[in-house]
Design a protein around this ligand. Structure first.
Ligand SMILES: C[S@@+](CC[C@H](N)C(=O)[O-])C[C@H]1O[C@@H](n2cnc3c(N)ncnc32)[C@H](O)[C@@H]1O
Length: 231
């Protein structure tokens, strides 16, 4: 089924929407989990992420259906996670999976654009890490300005990491992977932990996310980037 209009109207904050898919299919159960959990763990436009108690907070931007978010929550019981995803049916699926995995009490969810969340809702020097897996490629040159990684967003993102915090990225599109590497390599305060070409090998521990799987089906291997914020 499609998400019901009332559910969308309640949760989509249209004035902040960026480009991207807006609706898609969910099960009745997933819609019910969305309605159950968003009022409790959703970060609204006015909220701030509270990271004052020394807990490591890791953010995933564009978590899709939640493949990697659930994996991180299970793999790192000490982490608290903020997942940011503008595609509401994806949020519904992820929330259902986080609940089923018994990890949802350590998670917050935002369905606002990451640019807004990082600028207004996350304090400087506060995050243990940020993960971005397979961001939208926007392949046409005239759409490159829509790509998530831009010099200004890279600076903003770096400022929200603690010293020693990590930034991990993946893309199955070589052109986008190089675009992200070239911008992030030039971003003050970030150190690339990759080899001569700037990339790191795929970690065996990673789950295959939906878009890594899709890339493989179409004959592409994802490329991986790893950065750390210096002093
Ligand atoms: C290509 S999908 C990748 C999904 C998942 N990370 C994976 O690897 O399968 C990119 C996701 O980023 C989300 N997205 C795009 N722009 C965003 C933004 N500005 N803030 C948050 N999420 C965004 C899209 O809705 C989409 O679900």
């Amino acid at each position: 089924m499609r998400l019901e209009r009332g559910v969308r109207d309640t949760h989509i904050q249209r004035e902040l929407r960026t480009h991207g898919r807006k609706n898609g299919f969910v099960t009745k159960g997933q819609q019910a989990r969305l309605q159950r959990w968003l009022p409790e763990i959703g970060l609204t436009k006015e909220d701030r992420l509270n990271v004052t108690d020394g807990t490591p907070w890791v953010v995933e931007i564009g978590f899709g259906n939640g493949d990697f978010l659930v994996h991180m929550a299970e793999r790192h019981p000490d982490w608290h996670l903020l997942g940011i995803e503008i595609y509401l049916p994806g949020v519904a699926k992820a929330v259902s999976r986080l609940e089923a995995a018994g990890v949802i009490d350590r998670c917050r969810i935002s369905q606002l654009p990451a640019q807004y969340v990082f600028e207004h809702q996350i304090a400087p020097d506060s995050l243990a890490g940020v993960v971005i897996n397979h961001p939208d490629p926007w392949p046409k040159a005239r759409h490159h300005k829509r790509r998530l990684i831009q010099p200004s967003f890279a600076r903003l993102l770096t400022s929200r990491l603690k010293v020693g915090g990590f930034l991990h990225l993946a893309s199955d599109k070589p052109d986008l992977a190089e675009w992200m590497r070239d911008i992030l390599d030039q971003t003050e305060g970030l150190t690339n932990e990759g080899g001569d070409d700037g990339f790191v090998p795929r970690s065996d521990d990673r789950p295959l996310t939906k878009f890594e799987q899709r890339g493989r089906r179409e004959g592409r291997q994802s490329l991986f980037l790893q950065y750390r914020r210096g002093a």
